[in-house]
Design a protein around this ligand. Structure first.
Ligand SMILES: NC(=O)c1ccc[n+]([C@@H]2O[C@H](COP(=O)([O-])OP(=O)(O)OC[C@H]3O[C@@H](n4cnc5c(N)ncnc54)[C@H](O)[C@@H]3O)[C@@H](O)[C@H]2O)c1
Length: 324
């Protein structure tokens, strides 16, 4: 297929690019390298520009006649979104609006969107999120993403555009063959930060809050290996092409680990100790976020292979060590 992939030089986009490239698809990546890296582009042709450049984007979409668009580009740091909301509404909401408008206008009828568990905020009962849980994001990042889902839903009702919104839970680890991994600057992802500590790149790390209503007081999250998540995009693309309908799907394993459990796992798997300080809660963090994980398996036939925290941590650590 001829595919437009935005944000392909970033963490998740590069893993999806790796799979789609191996399958022989003809891919054009639009990425301005604001947080991505050219070295992560293992396949496809790179167009280096900002999605904000609507005229250039339209020219490309019109000329290339893409059959599908996978939209990863965006700003993703929750605490930053609290400080700089406009940046998030601009890069996540406004740029997505233009992209959806242009795809619809020029006949790109299959659209996959990188959505997030942040849409649920603290709304889900006991932190278990089903796709029907109320959508009450508690930070501008989550709101900027929710509006994009709404635009897709409304557009798909009255046009030929079908979409799959994949609501990622906590994405972690690196490609099992270590071809690509996470390089995002200023990453706030727990396993990435703990791996940086284990490789000696950081002297230590903080745990933000131990007074949440969870088993040990620290936040609980559903960690999904990035290669499994990448496969969900391949499965979603097949679904769109064969079924010609839309779906909103959680991407998680259906169980969670606390921050303390993850940090202990990193120390055990890597055999490295490092300093961990407990500090106050961080703005915008929900206590527990775990996916109710059945729908994605039923609807697109996703079968994860790497539901193993030790493996997630090992790949993250080995990638981090390879980078240094
Ligand atoms: N990482 C996670 O845990 C997680 C969880 C839920 C959802 N998501 C979503 O997944 C997507 C990808 O996240 P990631 O972790 O790979 O982030 P990332 O920062 O590694 O990748 C984003 C990529 O998009 C590019 N980009 C950003 N803004 C752009 C613009 N205006 N024009 C062109 N290129 C632009 C960046 O250079 C980068 O290569 C995001 O939309 C994010 O909201 C990520």
């Amino acid at each position: 297929m001829k595919i437009l992939l935005t944000g392909g030089a970033g963490y998740i986009g590069s893993h999806v690019l790796n799979l789609l490239g191996q399958d022989g698809h003809d891919i054009v990546v639009v990425d301005n390298l604001s947080t991505g890296r050219k070295e992560a582009l293992l396949y496809g042709r790179h167009e280096e520009f900002n999605l904000e450049e609507t005229e250039r984007l339209e020219e490309l979409i019109k000329k290339e006649k893409f059959q599908a668009c996978l939209h990863f580009a965006g700003s993703i740091i929750v605490p930053e979104s609290v400080e700089k909301p406009i940046k998030y509404y601009q890069n996540n909401t406004q740029n997505s609006l233009e992209l959806i408008r242009l795809c619809e206008k020029h006949g790109v009828h299959n659209f996959i969107f990188s959505s997030t568990a942040a849409l649920y905020g603290d709304s889900a009962t006991n932190g278990i999120c089903t796709e029907e849980s109320p959508l009450i994001p508690i930070n501008p990042y989550g709101r900027s993403k929710l509006m994009t889902e709404m635009m897709l839903e409304d557009t798909s009702k009255v046009t030929n555009l079908n979409y799959v919104a994949l609501r990622y839970f906590n994405v972690a680890g690196a490609n099992v063959d270590l071809k690509v991994g996470q390089c995002s600057p200023n990453a706030t992802h727990l396993i990435k930060i703990a791996s940086e500590c284990a490789t000696g790149k950081r002297p230590g790390m903080e745990i933000f809050g131990e007074d949440y209503d969870t088993k040990d007081g620290t936040c609980v999250r559903d960690y999904i290996h990035v290669d499994d998540l990448a496969q969900a995009h391949v499965d979603a693309l097949k679904f769109l092409v064969t079924k010609k309908e839309s779906a909103v799907l959680n991407c998680g394993y259906g169980h969670g680990y606390s921050v303390k459990e993850v940090v202990e796992t990193v120390k055990r798997v890597t055999g490295k100790d490092f300093e961990v300080k407990i500090t106050g809660r961080r703005a915008g963090d929900a206590g527990t976020l775990i996916s109710k994980a059945g729908k994605i398996r039923e609807v697109i036939g996703w079968t994860p292979k790497y539901d193993d925290l030790d493996l997630i941590v090992r790949t993250a650590f080995e990638w981090e060590a390879k980078l240094s």
